[in-house]
Design a binder for this molecule. Structure first.
Ligand code: PEP
Length: 254
């Protein structure tokens, strides 16, 4: 079972060549040499995983994550990568259900559930993303949307699977837009997610899961977001691409 520890992850998306990735990791390693404020996870593109894994051997406190996986163990799935391949290359985490995957690649709840199961059985911690789009936020339908995303993927999942998951609340309208959820909005959504987890799986697991917020996190807003009682960490896109901004976000962790 994962402990409910603070965790900040950087999702590099489709950015950074192998050389650029190495340069970013080397800067982070220098700046974070004595940092122990939270778990740190870097999620480079697939092409840079092996080289980043090699660099991270000297700083095991910075962990490696992937941005996606295929649920099958192997086979005729051109262009895809399995959970055990990610483990082999040194990943401990994998992002599942990012809104860009749902939107551009049509990933459904049933498929995401398979991915979660495959990830956990290979020993990976999935960072499972949920979040409403702007029309649902503006119409006040966000609680129903979040409940349905949780229920659609997590219903009746065995507790040993569930307990390895990190849940990330990523409102779609906040991703890459420069418009973050306010700390109050983030707290309200996280509290609702915890309540729904409790309804689905019981109080014990709901209180022990780590909930991250993601969506236009910057060095300016990180501290206030992290100060919310149900915000246990951050998933950072754009601001994780530069060592200075990512480090300064990490330093906001109490
Ligand atoms: C993300 O893509 O997970 C994300 C939160 O992006 P950004 O921080 O750029 O909004």
């Amino acid at each position: 079972m994962r402990a409910r520890t603070k965790i900040v992850a950087g999702n590099w998306k489709m950015n950074k060549t192998v050389a650029e990735a190495a340069s970013l990791v080397e800067k982070l390693q220098k700046q974070l040499a004595s940092f122990s404020g939270c778990e740190v996870v870097l999620c480079p593109p697939f092409t840079a995983l092996a080289s980043v894994a090699k660099l991270l051997k000297s700083t095991p406190q910075i962990r490696l994550g992937a941005q996606n996986l295929h649920p099958a163990p192997k086979g005729a799935f051109t262009g895809e990568i399995s959970a055990s391949m990610l483990r082999e290359v040194g990943c401990q985490f994998v992002i599942v259900g990012h809104s860009e995957r749902r939107r551009y690649f049509g990933e459904t709840d049933a498929f995401l559930r398979e991915k979660l199961l495959a990830a956990v059985s290979a020993g990976l911690h999935p960072i499972f993303c949920v979040g409403e789009d702007l029309p649902d936020r503006e119409a006040g339908r966000w609680p129903d949307h979040l409940r349905s995303q949780l229920q659609g993927v997590l219903h009746a999942l065995p507790l040993p699977v569930l307990s390895e998951i990190v849940l990330a609340y990523e409102p779609v309208w906040a991703i890459g837009t420069g418009r973050n959820a306010t700390p109050e909005q983030a707290q309200e959504a996280h509290a609702l997610l915890r309540q729904e987890l409790e309804r689905l799986h019981g109080q014990s697991i709901a209180s022990r899961l780590t909930l991250q917020y993601g969506g236009s996190v910057t060095p300016q807003n990180a501290r206030e977001l992290l100060a919310q009682p149900d915000v246990d960490g951050l998933l950072v896109g754009g601001a994780s691409l530069e060592a200075e901004s990512f480090t300064s976000i990490l330093l906001s962790v109490e």
